[in-house]
Design a binder for this molecule. Structure first.
Ligand SMILES: CC(C)(COP(=O)(O)OP(=O)(O)OC[C@H]1O[C@@H](n2cnc3c(N)ncnc32)[C@H](O)[C@@H]1OP(=O)(O)O)[C@@H](O)C(=O)NCCC(=O)NCCS
Length: 168
């Protein structure tokens, strides 16, 4: 079941994020304030997938500041002003719930929420994140550019980030 996250679910979402960080290194560096990480600037909304076991997945929609280095190029690619972009961010599925369609279902839900807000969905992803890159490309997302991240990962490197726009 996919439902709006709501404030009370945030601690459970942080616990789920911790599992993902330990399993996959996402996020690359554990944030000093994980609640703030899950509520990026200009958050439009956030949704979770839930099973009897608890929260299994999380995703948010936020303003284009989250993809600032490529926002102009992404907006030009879809032919809308930057303020009509919504970024799919903080998308993850706990390891125990993987490969059951949860990630794809939540991605589809987030796209529908963005379109309901009359916005065009975009996102960025670490180039080496094969499961996520495969998910987006299998769903028809179009890669627009690849840029070095402005942040550093646990090894001190600036990873390459792929930037995508949703299929029309
Ligand atoms: C990426 C992620 C959200 C996918 O979640 P999921 O629930 O396992 O994905 P689904 O079961 O819906 O799989 C959908 C498709 O994604 C691709 N995919 C998912 N996991 C994959 C893997 N390990 N290797 C290759 N492709 C994979 C496949 O195309 C898959 O379709 P298929 O199962 O029919 O082959 C999950 O692996 C995750 O949370 N990763 C860590 C966090 C992360 O990288 N988030 C993205 C930040 S931009």
């Amino acid at each position: 079941m996919i439902r709006p996250r709501g404030g009370p679910a945030l601690p459970a979402c942080v616990a789920a994020l911790r599992q993902v960080h330990e399993a996959d290194g996402y996020p690359a560096v554990w944030p000093r304030d994980p609640i703030r990480f899950l509520t990026p600037s200009r958050t439009h909304g956030a949704w979770v997938a839930e099973s009897a076991a608890g929260i299994t997945a999380h995703g948010a929609l936020c303003g284009a500041d989250d993809v600032a280095p490529a926002a102009g190029e992404l907006a030009a690619a879809v032919g809308v002003p930057e303020d009509r972009l919504l970024v799919i961010a903080r998308l993850f599925v706990v390891p125990a719930a993987r490969r059951t369609g949860t990630g794809r279902a939540l991605l589809t839900h987030l796209v529908a929420e963005a379109r309901a807000a009359n916005a065009h969905p975009v996102l960025d992803v670490v180039a080496g994140s094969t499961p996520a890159v495969t998910l987006y490309e299998s769903a028809g997302w179009r890669r627009i550019t690849t840029l070095k991240a402005t942040w550093t990962d646990a090894t001190g490197a600036n990873p390459a980030l792929h930037y995508y726009v949703a299929p029309a």
